[in-house]
Design a protein around this ligand. Structure first.
Ligand code: FES
Ligand code: FES
Length: 163
């Protein structure tokens, strides 16, 4: 066991863990952040996606010892002051889910994509979804949500609105 200080959603959190423990388990079971889901546990489905220094990462295959000082962002921190993040709002407006199990991972992957690519092409969105599994098959509506979020975030940026 070793002690780690993780920067999670803007707060330093101390935890004791084995170096090889996966970040998803730490988030869910040590820190109570259960929005990130366990799907495959092998880095293949995207249900556990969080951001590490703003980039999408699969927390089930991220060893806690490899995180270091990177800022961890989970779905719990996206809605600020009661307002949904534009990506969350777009998923809601596009009804881009059925059971919702994949949704937090899809939302985090989308936030990660749009941070570096505000104009995602159809291929960019397809690549995003290629590695993300929705067992309910809501892919067409997820594509719609990603494009809607991108459009709204571009408009907000051009008009100087928040986010
Ligand atoms: S649970 Fe992490 S990629 Fe499937
Ligand atoms: S909405 Fe059910 S797995 Fe995606």
């Amino acid at each position: 066991m070793a002690r780690y200080v993780l920067r999670v959603n803007g707060r330093d959190r101390e935890i004791d863990a084995e170096p090889g423990d996966n970040l998803l388990s730490i988030l869910r079971y040590d820190l109570g952040l259960t929005g990130s889901r366990f799907g495959c546990g092998e880095g293949q489905c995207g249900a556990c996606t969080v951001l590490l220094d703003g980039a999408a990462a699969r927390s089930c295959v991220t060893r806690v010892a490899s995180v270091g000082t990177k800022a961890i962002t989970t779905i719990e921190s996206l809605a600020a002051g009661g307002d949904l993040h534009p990506v969350q709002q777009a998923f809601l407006d596009a009804e881009a889910f059925q059971c919702g199990y994949c949704t937090s991972g899809m939302v985090m992957a989308t936030v990660g994509l749009l941070r570096t690519n505000p104009h995602p092409s159809e291929q960019d969105v397809a690549r995003l979804l290629d590695g993300s599994v929705c067992r309910c098959g809501t892919y067409p509506r997820i594509v719609k949500a990603v494009r809607l979020a991108a459009e709204r975030m571009r408009t907000a940026t051009s008009t100087g609105a928040r986010r």
